[in-house]
Design a protein around this ligand. Structure first.
Ligand code: DCM
Ligand code: DCM
Ligand code: DCM
Ligand code: ZN
Ligand code: ZN
Length: 268
């Protein structure tokens, strides 16, 4: 996701974490302000472009070598290389944020990665190998030449919300929080936490990756890659995709809150 998506996920999580978890996270981040999770949600994207952080570039996704739109699936053995992927990275940093033997700077970085990667794993093209998660699929959006990955990360969320500032993210998060608490997601939200186990992080993350990857077949390219390479995607394609984007963001935020609760307090 772009800034808007990551910050929205973090603001939703802020709305659902327990008081104890909030205090724990604020202590690690050294920030007791109103955007304490949202303010650090995009740090991992800047860090991966630095020399020091280059090794983390591959941690933002898992390249599922499936065959959309006919077959969508994720296989950890097949798809997560020795150097790591988003699933192994969530496991590593979930462990490190709880470590008492590494420096407070490293614990803080681990928390920032957990916040970011629980967002990215909910972007369907971050769970797909084809053309580097759609980065190599050229598309037209609102008259501009761009790529399929980018419109899922940024253009479609920004079209929905009408901007990409921190306050746009906060507004979107408030809307999605209401949908989770009492709206269209209220009846299904409890089941969003199924399969979540901090003692088996890879299995938990595989539930999220597998669920999210299915949308590559059903929604991202139901007519194959050729179908998205034709025409402007800001009309009918946007309309068929935006509901999935909203629910992915909502799920990511709700799951991030529960994940942080489990790490900080052992219960949701
Ligand atoms: N991004 C965004 N809004 C901006 C700048 C960037 O949403 N004003 C997105 C584009 C990328 C992501 O954030 O998907 C990471 O940005 P970058 O690649 O510039 O680090
Ligand atoms: N590192 C990591 N995951 C680990 C161990 C290290 O991401 N399991 C990264 C984060 C640290 C860097 O390597 O900033 C250097 O770590 P160290 O000082 O432990 O060698
Ligand atoms: N990305 C992905 N899968 C890949 C390669 C990249 O999901 N196989 C993501 C990471 C960034 C975006 O695509 O969000 C752009 O990546 P980069 O800046 O590395 O081209
Ligand atoms: Zn992306
Ligand atoms: Zn990322």
């Amino acid at each position: 996701w772009g800034y808007l998506g990551h910050e929205t996920v973090a603001f939703i999580a802020q709305n659902f974490v327990s008081q104890e978890t909030s205090t724990w996270a604020q202590g690690i981040l050294g920030d007791d302000g109103t955007s304490y999770l949202a303010s650090v949600a995009t740090w991992a994207d800047s860090y991966r472009y630095t020399d020091e952080g280059e090794f983390t570039a591959g941690f933002h996704y898992i390249d599922a070598n499936d065959d959309p739109p006919d077959t969508c699936n994720v296989d950890l053995e097949r798809d997560c290389p020795e150097e790591g992927c988003i699933v192994s990275a969530i496991a590593n940093y979930t462990s490190r944020v709880q470590s008492t033997t590494i420096s407070s700077t490293e614990v803080q970085k681990a928390l920032k990665w957990v916040i970011h990667f629980l967002g990215d794993i909910h972007q369907p093209l971050h769970d797909e190998a084809l053309e580097a998660g759609g980065n190599g699929i050229d598309v037209t959006y609102d008259g501009e030449a761009t790529n399929l990955h980018h419109i899922w990360d940024s253009d479609m969320p920004e079209q929905l919300v009408g901007g990409s500032s921190l306050s746009d993210a906060q507004t979107w998060a408030e809307n999605l929080t209401t949908e989770i608490k009492s709206g269209s997601y209220a009846s299904s939200a409890p089941s969003w936490l199924d399969g979540m186990d901090v003692d088996d992080v890879e299995s938990s993350a595989m539930v999220w990756a597998t669920e999210t990857n299915k949308f590559v077949c059903s929604t991202v390219m139901p007519g194959g890659r050729e179908a998205v390479e034709t025409g402007d995607l800001s009309g009918d394609y946007y309309e068929s995709s935006i509901g999935v984007i909203e629910e992915r963001i909502a799920r990511a935020g709700y799951r991030l809150a529960a994940w942080l609760d489990l790490i900080a307090t052992g219960e949701t």
